[in-house]
Design a binder for this molecule. Sequence first.
Ligand code: HEC
Ligand code: HEC
Length: 361
Amino acid sequence: MSKTFKAMCLVGLLTAACQPQTTEQATQFPPGAHDPMEIDLPLGIEAAPPIPDDNPMTAAKVELGKQLFFDPRLSSDGTVSCATCHNPVLGFTDGRPVSMGVVGQEGGRSAPTVINLAYAQLGVFWDGRAKDLEEQAVGPIANPIEMGNTHRAAVATLNGIRGYREQFEAIFGSADITIDNVGKALAAFERTIISGNSAWDRFTAGDQSALSESAQRGWTLFQDREKANCIACHAGFNLTDNGYHNLGVGMDEEVPDQGRYIVTQAEEDRGRFKTPTLRDILYTRPYMHDGRFWTLAEVVDFYNDGGFRNPTLDQEIKPLRLTDQEKADLVEFMRALDGEGWQVQPPTTLPQAASTAAGLQ
Ligand code: HEC
Ligand code: HEC
């Protein structure tokens, strides 16, 4: 085989011609790939995320989870991967008010970012209906308007791909792929998507020049309980209290999305949604669970007006009477929340089934 030919095989092209090599070659793991793995923590991220006992982190598992995250073959028609709606270029969102899944079907909510979800407590999704990342990860595969598949069919597809079988066997001790192990690998990858070292983190660590004067005034306002009061909910190093609150977003609709109430059936949870992190907020527009605002200025105007009045409006939401300069300062502060550590490159190749074409995305 010529050199160029070999190179093409390596990047997953010309699969049929490369078959003898791919089928006989065992998956290679770099040294230490199965050892316990520590997650790199950028500046400002104060603690390592909690890792479930039954899903320890290893480099091999994270790598497998990454391949699955970008693999459209998990969907019914092979067109939609997790990354379609959680695209790293768009801060792991899709840049759309509401998401679009297989055959162009739209859902009712905006895709949240996956950044720093390793720190999610009290559930994931806008309404917290999945208990952890493991449980959440397998949901979209079988959601008719997301990836439109069944768990059984998705697992059968993966079982037909030798490269996946070898990885699952080395990592989970069984070549027979299960949906639970798919969820574990995806969750392990997601836990590595951590953002820190923003201008705000550098400022907090003592570098006064990291924030402009306007952003510094914005940070002061943000924390002032008598002024903007954002810190009441967007608190701590991840700028969220991990709680659920009603700001009235969507309560002006004819049939409002009841949010957390759908999960708990508790009256006080009507219209409550999860407080999202504000890290990398410039990337994740449009904003709110229904993607109604395209700019941070609109979001600040919404808070300044006191949200949208409704019977279960949060007590911390009230008209703020901010000046135009104060509003601009708050936006300037949020612009300083762009971080590092979460930017990942999609895998260049995906494991190939013996007879299918390259699944490059
Ligand atoms: C068709 C678009 C789409 C696809 C494909 C998709 N998601 Fe999502 N994802 C969403 C939307 C929309 C939500 C919010 C839904 C809700 O809260 O009810 C969401 C929520 C999430 C959350 C919770 C985020 C939070 O802040 O609580 C995680 C984690 C997640 N998705 C991971 C994944 C993974 C892993 C896959 C692939 C197996 C995937 N998603 C596939 C659109 C999508
Ligand atoms: C009472 C708690 C609370 C307070 C106070 C609060 N927020 Fe929020 N914030 C939330 C919740 C909950 C959401 C999601 C609401 C939804 O989608 O329905 C949110 C969403 C946002 C978003 C959109 C995030 C995204 O990913 O879509 C931004 C930006 C934001 N808040 C900024 C601020 C600023 C600036 C302030 C202060 C002026 C503030 N928040 C005060 C709870 C709060």
